[in-house]
Design a protein around this ligand. Structure first.
Ligand SMILES: O=C(O)CCC(=O)C(=O)O
Length: 259
């Protein structure tokens, strides 16, 4: 990460199955955020349609065109935009986070850990590759929702050089404290920035609490969303990574040969 950047968590209530409505909302908000100097925006999980299992395969067929729209927008706005969408894959779909970096597709990540409690494993295929990408705003590791329960993934990204972990979430009540604690823990133990975006409001039968978080390498809260649509923003200064790691150098002190 070469310089300070302004990051935003674009938190909103995803309209179930309504790609046009969600795209229009996101486009308008991204334009405003770019005008406000934001260079990195993270969107919620499955932001185009949420988990609309009744028609997920058909909805996924629209994702390639949607990705093109986001790439064009990220080029026009000079932004890095990250968020997950259903990626068509035969009978099933992947839950894939795309990294649009100023007009280019810098990388993509297929959710590795599928959330059985909400039957993701019945409808989705799981990915098997980590995603760490060099972007115009720094080295970004990508994770999706339930992934935050698996510290090994965040550690892999950190050891390989991530400055920022971007997390797309659709994390419902009542496990709000898990969301907060796990995200903060991933930032503290890996001494990096985390930008985590949740959805909010009612979607189908579930209630989402928002509370998107931007956390610094010490685990301090830089910005937090409430329970409604909002776009918390914060400045991410790479100096915070270097100075904190030079005070407590967890990476130098690791003993992977012992565990
Ligand atoms: O782990 C949790 O409690 C929620 C995970 C989740 O909702 C998801 O991965 O979609």
């Amino acid at each position: 990460m070469q310089k300070s950047i302004k990051a935003a968590a674009l938190q909103f209530n995803i309209a179930l199955g309504d790609i046009d409505k969600n795209l229009a909302y996101v486009t308008e908000k991204l334009r405003r955020l770019a005008a406000d100097g934001v260079e990195l925006a993270v969107l919620p999980e499955m932001w185009s349609c949420a988990f609309d299992y009744r028609q997920l395969n058909q909805l996924a067929l629209q994702t390639p065109a949607l990705v093109e729209r986001i790439l064009t927008l990220s080029g026009k706005l000079g932004m890095t935009i990250i968020g997950s969408l259903p990626e068509p894959h035969g009978e099933k779909v992947y839950n894939t986070a795309y990294v649009a970096d100023r007009g280019k597709l810098a990388g993509s990540y297929r959710k590795m850990h599928l959330f059985g409690l909400m039957h993701e494993d019945r409808h989705l295929d799981r990915g098997d590759a980590v995603c760490l990408v060099d972007t115009s705003v720094g080295k970004i590791g990508v994770m999706i929702c339930y992934d935050i329960r698996f510290p090994e993934l965040a550690r892999r990204l950190a050891v390989d050089g991530a400055d920022i972990i971007a997390i797309s979430g659709e994390w419902p009540k009542p496990r709000e404290e898990h969301w907060r604690t796990l995200i903060r823990a991933r930032a503290i133990e890996n001494q990096l920035f985390v930008v985590a975006t949740n959805t909010c409001g009612i979607i189908g039968k579930l209630d989402f609490f928002g509370s998107s978080l931007i956390i610094n390498p010490k685990g301090e809260l830089l910005a937090e969303g409430g329970y409604e649509n909002c776009e918390p923003t914060a400045i991410l200064d790479p100096e915070e990574i270097t100075s904190w790691r030079s005070s407590i150098n967890c990476f130098q002190d690791r003993r992977p040969e012992c565990y």
